[in-house]
Write a protein that binds this ligand. Structure first.
Ligand code: SF4
Length: 502
C-alpha cells in the first residue's frame, strides 16, 4: 500500500462512533452555544455583594455555576477586579501553597493529517519541515532535558498521523523513561511523561495507561460549534467536534484518571470559551464521581508560518482580557491546576504566577530542538513562536525571588494520588501538604544537580524559610514523625540519593 492510501485507511479507522454516542444525552453534546450566550447576556451588572459571595464560594473550593462565572466575567469595575484577583491568588495558595511545578514540552512529530487553519503543522502547509523523531532521537532529547537542564516532567506532543499513532506514543514514552544521565550530585531522569495528543479510543488509552502516562491532555481549541466547523475543514479527523469533546470521557473510562482540558484563546470570544471550559469541568465531575480536570490550559493564539487564521481572526485576546479570563478560570474551577506556558511573555507570566500552578522553561518546540538547536526560534519547524525563551535556571531564580518554590515532584501519580483521591485532597487543601515536603526535596536535588551559583544561593534561602514554616506548623499540620522523616530524607539527598518522596 502506498503512503497516501495507508494514511487514508488509518484515518478511516480512528473514530469510533459508539464511543461518542454512549456519552451523549438525547443525541446532544453538553455544550449548548445558545445557553452559554444567554448566561453571558443575562448576568450583567452584578452587585458587589453578589460578587463577594461568589468569591467566598470559590474560597471554599467549590466549583462555581455558569451563572456565577458569567457574573464574574461581566464585572466592569476595575477596583473590584483587583479584589477578584487577590481572592484568586488566595484560592491558589489554599489549594497549592506557594509551589510552582515546572515541565518542558517535547515535540516528537509534526506530521499531521489535519488541516487546522490556525496551525503551522497543518497538512497543506508546505513550508513546514516534516519530521518524526526516531526512538534514539527521543532518548537524545530526554538526555538533554533530564541530564543538562534538569527537568523531571515532560509533556510529549504529537501531531495526528499514522506515523505518530498510539503505538508510537507508547514507544516514545518508554524510551523517555529509560533514560538515566549522571549529574553533578546524582542522576537525572524524567519521572513523569504527560501527553498532548489527538483524541483516542478507549482501547488505545488503556494501552497508554498500562505503560504509565501521566496526564492526558486534549484541548478542544474552540468550544463554539460553528467556529469549530469553520476552522477544521470537513473531511479531516479533527472536524469531528464530538470525537474530540468526549476524549476525556473515554480517558476516564479507560482508567487514565488524570485528564487536562484547554482552549486556544483567540479562535472565538474568550468569555464563551471560559464558560464552555467550566461546562466541560462540570460535565466530567457529574459523570465521573467528582473527578474534574486536573489542569486547565489557556494558550493564546500566536502567529504561525502558513497558518492563515492567525492573521484573520478578530478574537485575539488583549493582555487585559487575558488576565481576567485566567482569573475567572482560577475561581470557577478552584481545584484545578492552571498552566501558563512560554507562549506568553515573561512579564505576563510574572503577573499571573500568583494564580497559576505550572509553567515551562528552557522551552524548545522544534522537532529535535533540544539536542540540535540554540535558543534561536525556527518558524519552519515550530507550531508557533514562543514569547519567553528564558532558561530554567533563570525562571527558577525569578520564582524564588518572588517567594515561589519550584517543585519537580512527580510522586502523586506514583503513589496513587490521582483521580478521585487527588480531587478530594485538592478540595480539602491536604494535597498541598504532601507537595510542600516533596517540593523541598526535589528542589534540593535540582539545586545540587543543575543550579548556577546565584540560583543556588537564593534557592537555599527559600528552602530554609520553607523548613522553618514546616517546623512551626508541626505538630498541627505535620506530625512529629513526618517532620523527622523530612530531615532524614533531606540529608540523604544531600548525600547523593535521589527520588525520595512522601
Ligand atoms: S492543531 Fe493539531 S491537529 Fe490541527 S494541524 Fe496542528 S497539529 Fe494537526
Amino acid at each position: 500500500m502506498r503512503a497516501l492510501e495507508k494514511e487514508i485507511t488509518w484515518t478511516e479507522s480512528v473514530i469510533k462512533e459508539d464511543q461518542i454516542s454512549k456519552f451523549m444525552k438525547s443525541g446532544r453534546d453538553f455544550i449548548n452555544d445558545e445557553e452559554i450566550w444567554q448566561k453571558i447576556r443575562t448576568n450583567t451588572s452584578p452587585e458587589k455583594q453578589e460578587i463577594r459571595e461568589i468569591l467566598q464560594k470559590s474560597l471554599s473550593i467549590e466549583t462555581l455555576t455558569p451563572d456565577e462565572a458569567a457574573k464574574l466575567l461581566n464585572v466592569k469595575d476595575e477596583e473590584l477586579w483587583k479584589e477578584i484577583f487577590e481572592v484568586a491568588a488566595q484560592v491558589k495558595t489554599k489549594v497549592y501553597d506557594n509551589r510552582i511545578v515546572t515541565f518542558a514540552p517535547l515535540y516528537c512529530s509534526n506530521y499531521c493529517v489535519n488541516n487546522c487553519l490556525y496551525c503551522g503543522f497543518r497538512r497543506d502547509n508546505t513550508l513546514e519541515k516534516r519530521r518524526r523523531l526516531s526512538l534514539e532521537e527521543v532518548k537524545n532529547e530526554a538526555r538533554v532535558l533530564a541530564g543538562e537542564i534538569g527537568h523531571k516532567r515532560l509533556i510529549a506532543v504529537y501531531g495526528e498521523h499514522p506515523l505518530s499513532d498510539a503505538r508510537y506514543i507508547a514507544d516514545t514514552i518508554e524510551a523517555i523513561y529509560s533514560v538515566k544521565v549522571p549529574t553533578r550530585g546524582g542522576v537525572g531522569q524524567i519521572r513523569r511523561v504527560n501527553i498532548n495528543a489527538a483524541p483516542m479510543s478507549v482501547e488505545d488509552l488503556e494501552m497508554l495507561r498500562e505503560i504509565g502516562i501521566g496526564t492526558y491532555q486534549v484541548f478542544q481549541e474552540t468550544y463554539h460549534h460553528e467556529t469549530y466547523a469553520r476552522i477544521h475543514p470537513p473531511g479531516t479527523l479533527k472536524s469531528h467536534y464530538q470525537w474530540r469533546l468526549y476524549s476525556m470521557h473515554r480517558a476516564l473510562e479507560a482508567g487514565v484518571d488524570d485528564v487536562a482540558i484547554g482552549a486556544l484563546f483567540g479562535l472565538y470570544d474568550w468569555r464563551f470559551e471560559v464558560l464552555a471550559l467550566l461546562y466541560h469541568a462540570i460535565e466530567l465531575e457529574s459523570m465521573f464521581d467528582g473527578v474534574g480536570p486536573h489542569t486547565i490550559s489557556f494558550p493564546r493564539l500566536q502567529p504561525a508560518l502558513g497558518a492563515p487564521y492567525t492573521q484573520e481572526t478578530k478574537y485575539l485576546v488583549s493582555d487585559e482580557d487575558f488576565k481576567k479570563l485566567v482569573t475567572v478560570l482560577r475561581l470557577a474551577i478552584p481545584y484545578s491546576g492552571m498552566i501558563i506556558t512560554a507562549r506568553e511573555r515573561a512579564e505576563i507570566r510574572r503577573e499571573l504566577m500568583p494564580i497559576c500552578t505550572q509553567t515551562d522553561a528552557s522551552t524548545r518546540i522544534g522537532i529535535g530542538a533540544y539536542r540540535e538547536s540554540t535558543n534561536r526560534q525556527e518558524s519552519e519547524r515550530q507550531q508557533f513562536l514562543l514569547g519567553d525563551t528564558r532558561s530554567l535556571d533563570e525562571v527558577i531564580r525569578e520564582l524564588a525571588e518572588m517567594g515561589y518554590i519550584t517543585s519537580f515532584c512527580t510522586a502523586g501519580y506514583r503513589c496513587g494520588r490521582t483521580g478521585d483521591r487527588i480531587m478530594k485532597l485538592l478540595r480539602t487543601g491536604r494535597e498541598g501538604k504532601f507537595c510542600k515536603l516533596n517540593a523541598i526535596l526535589t528542589f534540593r536535588e535540582w539545586l545540587d544537580d543543575f543550579a548556577s551559583e546565584e540560583t543556588k544561593k537564593i534557592g537555599e534561602e527559600l528552602i530554609q524559610r520553607e523548613m522553618n514554616e514546616i517546623k512551626e506548623k508541626t505538630p498541627v499540620d505535620f506530625s512529629e514523625r513526618v517532620y523527622q522523616e523530612l530531615q532524614v530524607y533531606y540529608k540523604r539527598i544531600q548525600n547523593g540519593e535521589r527520588d525520595l518522596y512522601f
